[in-house]
Write a protein that binds this ligand. Sequence first.
Ligand code: URA
Length: 425
Amino acid sequence: MRAVDLIQKKRDGLELSKAEIEWLINGYVAGDVPDYQMSAFAMAIYFQGMTTREISDLTMAMVATGEQIDLSAIAGIKVDKHSTGGVGDKVTLILAPLVASFDVPVAKMSGRGLGHTGGTLDKLESIKGYQIEIEQEQFIKQVQDIGVSVIGQSDKLVKADKLLYALRDVTATVDTIPLIASSVMSKKIAAGADAILLDVTVGEGAFMKNIEDARQLAQTMVELGKAVGRKTVAVLTDMSQPVGTSIGNRLEILEALDILQGKGREDVTHFICELAQIMLGLANIEKSIDEVRQHLENGAALQKFEEMVAAQGGDLDDLYRPVNVAYQVDILAEQSGTISALPALEFGLFAMKLGAGRAVKTDKLDYESGIVFAKKVGQSIKENEKIATIFSNIKISDEMLSEFQKNVKIEDVVVKTKEILEIVS
Ligand code: URA
């Protein structure tokens, strides 16, 4: 076979065989197919798409390029969760211990943030001492002992995705359903859980900008999961504004701690309880939202979170420390009205410029910096009332202040918001 012939076949809208897809993926991981040919192939997929059969073969070919984790030593139905990326998305930090507090084991591998999106690993690493790289045996033992562990994805898992994702990131080929579905599901399948909750984000801060594309991505991934015997549910969630009130690594840990103590904002708390209810359902445990919420209010979920942090070397005394920054700047409303938009992409990029995110993979993070919103979309605000506070170690220029203000939309309208838009199962 020759890579050029397979690129041409896809470019011309023809269907590739399983053998052809495997040949290309294996050749790429072995270094025989160079980056420039793989880039051309990714772009051909971007324009021509793939059939369901091709996506399934691509996913399994990717799984086979690395180790597969065996979680069978952990008793019970292991549930995993994955988000397709967002701004201010601290959901895993709360959801994992919350679900574990119902004795459902959560063995989760998470990723880092890039560009405007944040990563759970970066947030956890902002906790002094927290180890994200632990041996597989220790990972499994921790889940056996306390029911939850969140670590970094092993280098040995899905080698093809590591290479391909980095290539897609610089060749404008990330936001295409076949490549997102195979990237997400190859990692989830290799990570070994019995059941998977997929959080497919929708909106201007997400890869999927509209509900139709998000639905198609969700359906594709649910089918992929089911085809390999993993119970899979996808939830389409709103990413037109940031999740919760904070963006930034330590700031999101602090918000997660508030939610874990039942002191979070009602909308984000309810949203996470709904996700927990679905995850518990995947493990055959039926709970009402009130029963789930009780584990936030009675400290059960917080206790699991603290046990996880301590087990992974995190400093519990440091955990609740407020952020330590050189500058705190309040942003006040320039007019009265209702907040009609807080665009997630723009505020994600703003937080990135403060140092809370990475423009490129090698950037160093400032864990303390970020934004805390005092108001969210749909809330009314009076002129000169606080919209948000910027926490920064760089001086906020007038230009940055006006950029922030420009992105806050205040109008005389009624705006309804919804966190979960649809469930695909
Ligand atoms: N998240 C992933 O893991 N892969 C993608 O391609 C997009 C989002």
